[in-house]
Design a protein around this ligand. Structure first.
Ligand code: GCO
Length: 474
C-alpha cells in the first residue's frame, strides 16, 4: 500500500453516496434506479421525498470538492451510480456517465483529494431490480461486468475501491425491516441469500481487479457492530454466536478470510433457512479476498435472548426510534437489548464512542486485515441554522472528537487503521428520513437554492487534521 500512503500517512476525508447526493436522476441518459422507482411510486415512501435533486452533486461537484479541499481533507469517498454507467444494468455503456465520473475524479485529484470509490451503495438499476435483484444469481456476473467497466475506465487514477457498501445492513433493510425496496418483511431466507450473493459478486469483482494488475487496493465496506450481551442474557453462548454470525461473520469471513463461516449451515438451520450455493462458489470466495476493510462505525449490537413469539419488527421508515425503549425483536433466537445507562440520539441509537476502539481491536484480532479504514462515522440529527445559514453543531463535534480519540488509541496500540471518512461530507438524502436528518459537515439549504454553508464541525475537523499532521494533537 506504500504508494497511496506515500505522501499522506493518514487519509482524512468525508463520504457521500451517489443516490444520496448526486440528483440529476434522469439526466445524460442515466437509467432508472430502483430507488427512483420506489420514491416516485411507492406508498411506503412515507417521507414523500426523493433523490431527484438531492445535494445536486452532479452539477456542483466542483464547489463541494473545493470546500472539502479548503477544509484540509486529503481524500473523498463517493459511489458510482450503476445506472449512470449502464442504464439497464447490463449492455450498452453510457459514455456520458463515464465522462461525469472522469470529471469528478480528475477534479478531486487536482485538489489533492484521493478518490475512494464504492461501486455499489444501494442504488440498483431498475431493470435488475425487477429481475430479482440480488436474489438472482446472474447478478454476480452483471456486477462483475459493471465493476470491470469501472476499473478499466477509472482504475488508472483511482487507487482505493470498495465493492459493496454495507452488504449486511442493506440486506437487512431490504428483507427484514422492509423499509428499502422491494420492502420484504421478516424474510430471513432472502436476507441470508442476498448477502451471500452480494459477497460472491464482491469476490468476483475483487478477483477481476487483481487480475487487471492495477496498482490500487480494493475492499468491502462493512457496518460493524461488535456484539455485546446484556447482563440478563441467559443463553450467552448461543446469542453471542448467532448474533456475531448475523451481524459480522457472514460478511467478514468471506470478505477477509475468503470463505463462509464454519457455522453457516447450523445457524441458517436455526432460522429455518437454506443457502443456495453452486459448486465453484468456494473457489470464487477464496480468490476474491479484500485488500482492506472499510468499517462504517456508529455503534455496537447490544443483544439478549429472544422470545418464542416473534413480535413485529418495526415496519415503518423511522429507523429504530419507535421500538428503541424496549429493544427490538429481530428473531425469536435473539433480540436487541436496551441499555438504560447509555445516552441515545434522536433516532434512539446509542451514543457510545468507545465502540470505535473495541470494534477496531476486535476486527484486527479476529481477522487481521492488512489495512482498515473507517469509511463512515458521524452523527445525525435535526438541525437549525442561524439567519446566515451557519449551524453550530457542538454535539457532532463532541461525539466525533470522542470517536477519534478512540480511533487514535487503537492506532497507537497497533491496529492498522489508516483512514477516516466522516459521514457525511455535506447534508444529503437519508434513506430513512429524507432531508430531515442531517449528517453533513457542510450545511445544504434544501429550501433555498441549495445554499452551502460549512458548519462549525467543518472548521473543527479542518483544525483537527492540521493538528494531526503537525503532531500537536493533545
Ligand atoms: C440514512 C443513513 C445513511 C447511511 C449510509 C450508509 O439516514 O439514510 O444513516 O445515510 O448512513 O448511506 O452507508
Amino acid at each position: 500500500f506504500a504508494d497511496i500512503f506515500k505522501d499522506k500517512d493518514f487519509l482524512w476525508g468525508a463520504g457521500t453516496a451517489a443516490y444520496q447526493c448526486e440528483g440529476a436522476w434522469n439526466e445524460d441518459q442515466k437509467g432508472l434506479g430502483e430507488w427512483d422507482y420506489f420514491n416516485h411510486n411507492s406508498k411506503l415512501n412515507i417521507n414523500h421525498t426523493d433523490g431527484d435533486v438531492a445535494s445536486d452533486f452532479y452539477h456542483r461537484y466542483r464547489e463541494y470538492i473545493d470546500l472539502l479541499a479548503e477544509g484540509h481533507q486529503n481524500t473523498i469517498r463517493f459511489s458510482i451510480s450503476w445506472a449512470r454507467i449502464l442504464p439497464k444494468g447490463t449492455g450498452q455503456v453510457n459514455q456520458k456517465g463515464i465522462d461525469f465520473y472522469n470529471r469528478v475524479i480528475d477534479y478531486a485529484i487536482e485538489k489533492n483529494l484521493e478518490p475512494n470509490i464504492s461501486l455499489f451503495h444501494y442504488d440498483l438499476p431498475y431493470e435488475l431490480a425487477v429481475d430479482g435483484g440480488w436474489l438472482n444469481r446472474k447478478i454476480v456476473d452483471y456486477f462483475a461486468n459493471y465493476a470491470k467497466i469501472c476499473f478499466e475506465n477509472f482504475g488508472d487514477r483511482v487507487k482505493i475501491w470498495a465493492t459493496i457498501n454495507e452488504p449486511r445492513y442493506y440486506s437487512y433493510c431490504v428483507n427484514v425491516v422492509g423499509n428499502y425496496p422491494p420492502n420484504r418483511h421478516l424474510d430471513f431466507q432472502s436476507y441470508f441469500q442476498y448477502q451471500y450473493n452480494l459477497m460472491l459478486a464482491s469476490a468476483k469483482a475483487i478477483k477481476i481487479y487483481h487480475d487487471l494488475g492495477l496498482d490500487g487496493i480494493i475492499g468491502v465496506v462493512h457496518d460493524n457492530g461488535n456484539v455485546e450481551l446484556a447482563p440478563e442474557t441467559k443463553n450467552k453462548k448461543n446469542v453471542q454466536l448467532i448474533g456475531d454470525f448475523f451481524y459480522n461473520r457472514q460478511i467478514l469471513c468471506p470478505a477477509l478470510l475468503g470463505k463462509m463461516p464454519e457455522e453457516t449451515d447450523e445457524v441458517l438451520a436455526a432460522f429455518n433457512c437454506l443457502l443456495y450455493r453452486e459448486k465453484d462458489d468456494k473457489e470464487l470466495l477464496a480468490a476474491g479476498k479484500a485488500d482492506y476493510l472499510g468499517l462504517n462505525l456508529y455503534n455496537r449490537q447490544y443483544l439478549t435472548d429472544g422470545t418464542k413469539d416473534v413480535t413485529k419488527v418495526f415496519h415503518n421508515n423511522q429507523g429504530s426510534r419507535s421500538k428503541a425503549k424496549e429493544g427490538i425483536q429481530i428473531h425469536n433466537l435473539f433480540k436487541s437489548a436496551f441499555d438504560p445507562k447509555v445516552k441515545r440520539n434522536q433516532w434512539g441509537r446509542e451514543e457510545l464512542p468507545r465502540v470505535m476502539y473495541t470494534a477496531l481491536c476486535e476486527v484486527q484480532r479476529k481477522y487481521q486485515p492488512k489495512l482498515i479504514m473507517i469509511t463512515e462515522n458521524g452523527h445525525g440529527g435535526y438541525e437549525q441554522a442561524d439567519e446566515t445559514g451557519f449551524v453550530n453543531d457542538e454535539q457532532r463535534i463532541k461525539l466525533t472528537a470522542e470517536f477519534l480519540k478512540y480511533l487514535l488509541k487503537a492506532k497507537s496500540e497497533g491496529v492498522k487503521v489508516h483512514g477516516y471518512y466522516h459521514w457525511s461530507a455535506m447534508d444529503l438524502y437519508s434513506w430513512i428520513n429524507g432531508y430531515e436528518k442531517r449528517y453533513g459537515l457542510i450545511r445544504v439549504d434544501f429550501a433555498h437554492q441549495l445554499a452551502l454553508t460549512p458548519k462549525k464541525s467543518y472548521y473543527w475537523y479542518r483544525d483537527f487534521i492540521d493538528q494531526y499532521f503537525s503532531g500537536s494533537l493533545k
